[in-house]
Design a binder for this molecule. Structure first.
Ligand code: SF4
Ligand code: MG
Length: 328
């Protein structure tokens, strides 16, 4: 299948007085059209910096892309001038952020905000853009869309605001939506509704989704493929089925054990991986997971394991080739 997005050896981070902080270290990802790729990791794993880099929004948060390629339908976004990027961003490539309230402009109505991007990117007349905005609100399941289109963000609940943000992200019929923890700021029942909405839109519109999440349970529901990030690097990548049925990397195994109901050990405490994610300025040598890894060997502290194909289309960065069975 055609690669919609291909990130190769992306390195990105922040220049500081003490040197370059490498938040993202030679990350490679790929996504086929019509699919959902979940990038999973704890906070501080570099997943948000990766998504901002892909959107070419990193400059606005003080960051820099230091190396690698971000190919979107074959075109390397890292080499495009911002003027060209602005024609793609918000149009063919859109983003849904964690907090819908701050993603919306408080002084414009929902309808105006959606219509604005249709006027800018698609050259629609104000009237046609407004009609399409109402249609988009209907599509994302907002009741009484004509009335809601005329409302301001503060007149709506958080869940409804996230539906508006998703309607905005979809209005121009993008090829790819990047959603960074789109449900984390919402309460549990609303979370499930928003995930269901994204699934339905993906099926009906065949939009590709890059979903950033810290939650393996969310990835289980949403992903075709999963990339697990740890301390700035992809440590495992494969189909959702392979990751859940035959995880290879000890970090992934730890993440899976921390989902309630996956270990079969009812009534036992939730497994948690000991220790915390290292600060990027204090990355350990060798395997970046070795201080926390229950399987660490002597070699692990010295040499960094490369991300290698462990099985067909399933890659893992770990010196252990045969992992013990996980769920037994
Ligand atoms: Fe653990 Fe070693 Fe594998 Fe790193 S390389 S995950 S320390 S076993
Ligand atoms: Mg984040």
């Amino acid at each position: 299948a055609e690669k919609l997005l291909e990130v190769r050896e992306l390195t990105a981070g922040f220049h500081t007085e003490r040197g370059f902080l490498r938040a993202v270290d030679r990350v490679s990802l790929s996504l086929e059209a019509g699919q959902t790729l979940c990038v999973v990791g704890e906070s501080g794993s570099g997943k948000s910096v990766t998504s901002l880099a892909i959107m070419r929004l990193l400059d606005y948060s003080g960051g820099t892309i230091a190396g690698g390629e971000i190919r979107f339908r074959g075109v390397d976004l890292t080499e495009l001038p911002q003027r060209e990027v602005m024609r793609i961003r918000g149009n063919r490539l859109t983003m849904v952020f964690q907090d819908p309230i701050s993603a919306l402009n408080p002084v414009f109505t929902a309808g105006d905000q959606i219509a604005e991007s249709l006027r800018v990117h698609k050259g629609m007349s104000p009237k046609a853009a407004w009609r399409k905005a109402v249609d988009m609100l209907r599509l994302v399941g907002i009741p009484d869309p004509e009335m809601r289109a005329g409302q301001y963000p503060h007149e709506m609940s958080g869940g409804m605001c996230q539906r508006v943000v998703i309607a905005m992200a979809l209005a121009c019929d993008p090829e790819l939506i990047i959603a960074d923890e789109p449900t984390t700021a919402l309460d549990v029942t609303v979370q499930a509704q928003i995930l269901e909405l994204l699934q339905r839109l993906k099926r009906e519109l065949r939009t590709s989704i890059l979903l950033i999440t810290h939650d393996m349970g969310v990835a289980a529901e949403m992903a075709d493929r999963i990339a697990v990030m740890y301390a700035g690097a992809v440590v495992e990548e494969g189909t959702a089925a392979a990751i859940f049925e035959r995880p290879r990397h000890p970090y992934t195994i730890g993440l899976l054990r921390s989902i309630p109901g996956t270990t079969g050990e009812r009534g036992t405490e939730l497994y948690t991986i000991k220790g915390g994610i290292p600060r990027i300025e204090q990355l350990p040598g060798g395997c970046r997971f070795h201080p926390r890894c229950p399987y660490a060997m002597e070699n692990c502290a010295r040499e960094e394991p490369p991300l290698l194909e462990a099985a067909d289309g399933h890659r893992s960065a770990c010196w252990l080739t045969d992992m013990p069975e996980v769920m037994t």
